[in-house]
Design a protein around this ligand. Structure first.
Ligand SMILES: Nc1nc2c(ncn2[C@@H]2O[C@H](COP(=O)(O)OP(=O)(O)O)[C@@H](O)[C@H]2O)c(=O)[nH]1
Ligand SMILES: [Mg+2]
Length: 319
């Protein structure tokens, strides 16, 4: 394992198959800053080959258990896989992530599997960008398949799920689960539905709910299959993997995959630019902002007039 923190040395080692170097590169990406930029520059030209699968759904739906089973399926087919477990809701690497580690530890000694947890750590909305970058690190390190598990409860989580080529939404049997998934914005992004915990009653009702909600949305030429599974025993997991494969072939065969990826890069570039301009703008007018904020708080100036003045200040180039 290289003791270096130099991005280029780490990158060379990662590409040569050194998993410890991959882990370090991911730490650099997570920390952000100039070193992370160096990693981006190195990694970007070397990636584009990995197929990414997002696995999302409510906490406790069985995403980690399913991910673990999917890893087993992939390994059974002799392929290598990189896995990111992203938890935007936990500010520290806390319980949920520890749970993932424990659950997936069967694969800990397998060189063909690389598992990494990522938490917010003050990233704010930047976790989406960090996740995309982390996917590229795994891609450039030679993983042809990357799984991303994320809790599907908010806007950021939905964005992260959209960083994948195929998005799997995990729901459970029982009244209301499909409706919750719909409210969370997961129905629109699902390419495959898994009704996990199919050993419990209510599978048919959930399937019916999903179908009726799907019938009201604009599907295009792909109807997301609904696959029952029992992740805890492995039942149905082969069907889940087959459904992911079907979707992949659909995207590849129709040219939609390329379109999706272009769209994603466009979004990413836009997000980076907006973020940077925003930061720069606040820095440049920090004093004026504070001054005008006081005016707004004391109700001497309305927010729009204050914003006009701030933007004028910025255009003038001085604070
Ligand atoms: N009965 C049943 N329990 C399951 C199934 N899959 C997962 N579980 C359990 O559900 C709980 C949450 O699973 P986990 O994979 O951590 O969910 P996550 O929060 O979505 O990652 C754990 O106790 C699992 O053992 C299943 O198919 N059937
Ligand atoms: Mg989990």
């Amino acid at each position: 394992m290289p003791r270096t923190r130099d991005p280029k040395e780490l990158f060379d080692a990662a590409v040569a198959g050194d998993r410890a170097a991959v882990a370090r590169l991911l730490s650099v990406v997570e920390r952000g800053g100039p070193a992370a930029r160096d990693v981006s520059r190195l990694v970007f030209p070397r990636c584009g080959d990995a197929y990414t699968v997002g696995i999302t759904g409510a906490p406790g739906a069985g995403k980690s258990t399913l991910t673990d089973q999917v890893i087993t399926t992939i390994r059974g087919a002799g392929e290598e896989v990189g896995v990111l477990a992203v938890d935007p809701s936990s500010p520290f690497s806390g319980g949920a992530i520890l749970g993932d580690r424990v659950r997936m530890q069967d694969h800990a000694l397998d060189q063909g599997v690389f598992i990494r947890s990522m938490a917010t750590r003050g990233h704010l909305g930047g976790l989406t960008l960090a996740t995309r970058e982390a996917i590229r690190v795994l891609d450039a390190s030679g993983f042809r398949l990357v799984l991303v598990e994320t809790v599907g409860v908010g806007q950021v989580e939905v964005e992260i799920a959209q960083a994948a080529d195929t998005t799997v939404v995990v729901v459970n049997p029982g009244w209301g689960d499909a409706v919750q998934a719909n409210k969370a914005g997961l129905l629109e992004i699902a390419d495959v539905f898994v009704i996990n915990k199919a050993d419990r009653p209510g599978v048919r009702e959930t399937e019916r709910d999903l179908k009726s909600m799907l019938s009201m949305s604009d599907l295009g030429d792909w109807t997301p299959p609904i696959v029952p599974a029992v992740a805890s025993t492995g039942e149905g997991v082969a069907d889940v993997w087959a459904a992911i494969g079907d979707h992949r072939r659909h995207l590849e065969g129709s040219g939609l995959l390329e379109g999706r990826r272009r769209h994603r890069l466009e979004d990413e570039l836009r997000e980076i630019v907006v973020r940077r301009l925003e930061q720069e703008a606040y820095q440049r007018c920090a004093d004026a902002f504070e001054r005008l904020l006081v005016g707004v708080l004391e109700r001497r100036v309305d927010p729009y007039s204050a914003a006009d003045e701030l933007v004028e200040t910025l255009r003038g180039g001085e604070d």
